[in-house]
Design a binder for this molecule. Structure first.
Ligand SMILES: *[C@@H]1O[C@H](CO)[C@@H](O)[C@H](O)[C@H]1NC(C)=O
Ligand SMILES: *[C@@H]1O[C@H](CO)[C@@H](O)[C@H](O)[C@H]1NC(C)=O
Ligand SMILES: *[C@@H]1O[C@H](CO)[C@@H](O)[C@H](O)[C@H]1NC(C)=O
Ligand SMILES: *[C@@H]1O[C@H](CO)[C@@H](O)[C@H](O)[C@H]1NC(C)=O
Length: 346
């Protein structure tokens, strides 16, 4: 098992080297025989003759150089994929409720707001939603209101003059009056803000809210906040924030995609690596769950690299990226294997 079999050795030498190397055995034997007479009997000298003539050259395939992409260290969502919100659907803490909502944090004190997860999303394949019980009102809420805040991946990069599309789903028994804002995480300065008001009948069932915010300041360490000073119960789900200006409008960061293009990749492999496997087979990446409307994708916990992905950068988006950068797509699928054999029955 330690040695490659003849088949794979041949495959490697033909595919990887493309140089014909001739080992001149007879010449080497003469040299070593001469050397042996003067010194150590065990000395052996070999001569490699490389035939680099034009006639012996082989054409390198145009497809030899490309990109190996892996969803690791948030290279996808949080990297190439321009989504700013981390744990957008509140699924990362698992389906036992109430669950941890990291990296979301609460804006306000426990005396004025209670936050927990519930399994009542309108999306069948990702049932976790957030419930906010707002206990204060206009008179006794803090001036900025109470609610929730998301730092994205190591702080959102909000840039002056740029526009951001914010989408979220909301439900409430009463009317809502909420503020959506980007704030500088250091100092709390408001970089963009908009007000959302809906009547009770409009939000008695889940409603999709879409709004565009334009930043009037920049910070590479920003948060998004959804706050209110109106007493009541509000459910939230699938909170997404994306810059409007993405590569071809397809959701990938322009600066990073341009770097990929400069590599002149013939192919792009995705989505991994070990990411495809999972420690447990149940956590393997499944392409069918990474296509269709992003709000409806279940997402999954990549337990090899230990973080949740909402899979908005899925199979379809990877094919789109390959097309956009002029590279051939190489899809890596799970062959039934997983990283940790002790989890065979899980
Ligand atoms: C090098 O390879 C070419 C093509 O196979 C062959 O024609 C030539 O004779 C070789 N030269 C030597 C020195 O072996
Ligand atoms: C962003 O700001 C927060 C709050 O001040 C701080 O804890 C964090 O370290 C900052 N992150 C970066 C990347 O500067
Ligand atoms: C940016 O806009 C927000 C409201 O949307 C406002 O509170 C803030 O003062 C503005 N900042 C600057 C520098 O104009
Ligand atoms: C399965 O995955 C493990 C860990 O990555 C690897 O050591 C093993 O060779 C793989 N087995 C097969 C059959 O691919």
């Amino acid at each position: 098992m330690a040695f490659p079999n003849k088949g794979s050795y041949y495959y490697c030498s033909v595919l990887c080297l493309y140089i014909i190397i001739i080992v001149a055995n007879s010449l080497a034997f003469q040299c070593s025989a001469a050397a042996a007479s003067s010194s150590n009997n065990n000395d052996q000298i070999s001569t490699l003759v490389v035939n680099a003539s034009i006639a012996s050259r082989r054409r390198m395939p145009d497809t030899l150089f490309g990109i190996f992409f892996e969803e690791i260290n948030h290279a996808g969502a949080g990297g190439l994929w321009a989504e700013l919100v981390s744990n957008r659907g509140f699924e990362a803490g698992g389906t036992q409720v109430p669950s941890n909502i990291k990296p979301w944090t609460i804006v306000g004190e426990e005396s004025s707001i209670l936050v927990q997860t519930e399994l009542n999303s309108c999306f069948e394949r990702n049932k976790v939603a957030l419930r906010m019980d707002v206990l204060c009102d206009d008179i006794n809420c803090p001036s900025g209101g109470v609610g929730i805040s998301n730092p994205g991946y190591w702080g959102m990069n909000i840039e002056q003059g740029k526009k951001y599309k914010v989408v979220f789903y909301v439900r409430s028994a009463g009317p809502i009056d909420m503020t959506v804002s980007f704030k500088n995480a250091q100092g709390g300065g408001i970089l963009a803000s908009t007000n959302i008001q809906e009547t009770a009948s409009e939000v008695s069932n889940w409603k999709r809210i879409g709004t565009t915010l334009e930043a009037n300041g920049s910070s590479a360490n920003s948060t998004i906040q959804l706050t209110t000073t109106k007493k009541g119960v509000i459910w939230l789900d699938q909170v997404s924030a994306m810059p409007l200006d993405t590569f071809n409008g397809h959701g990938f960061r322009k600066d990073l995609v341009n770097m990929l293009i400069e590599l002149k990749p013939a192919f792009i492999r995705f989505p991994g690596g070990c990411f495809v496997e999972g420690q447990r087979l149940s956590n393997a990446f499944r392409w069918k769950e990474s296509v269709g409307p992003w709000e409806q994708r279940p997402g999954h916990f990549g337990d090899v690299w230990n973080y949740w992905t909402d899979d908005a950068f899925g199979y379809f988006e990877a094919l789109q990226l390959a097309e956009d950068i002029g590279a051939k797509p190489i899809w890596v699928f799970n062959n039934g294997n997983f990283s940790n054999p002790s989890f065979i029955f899980l």
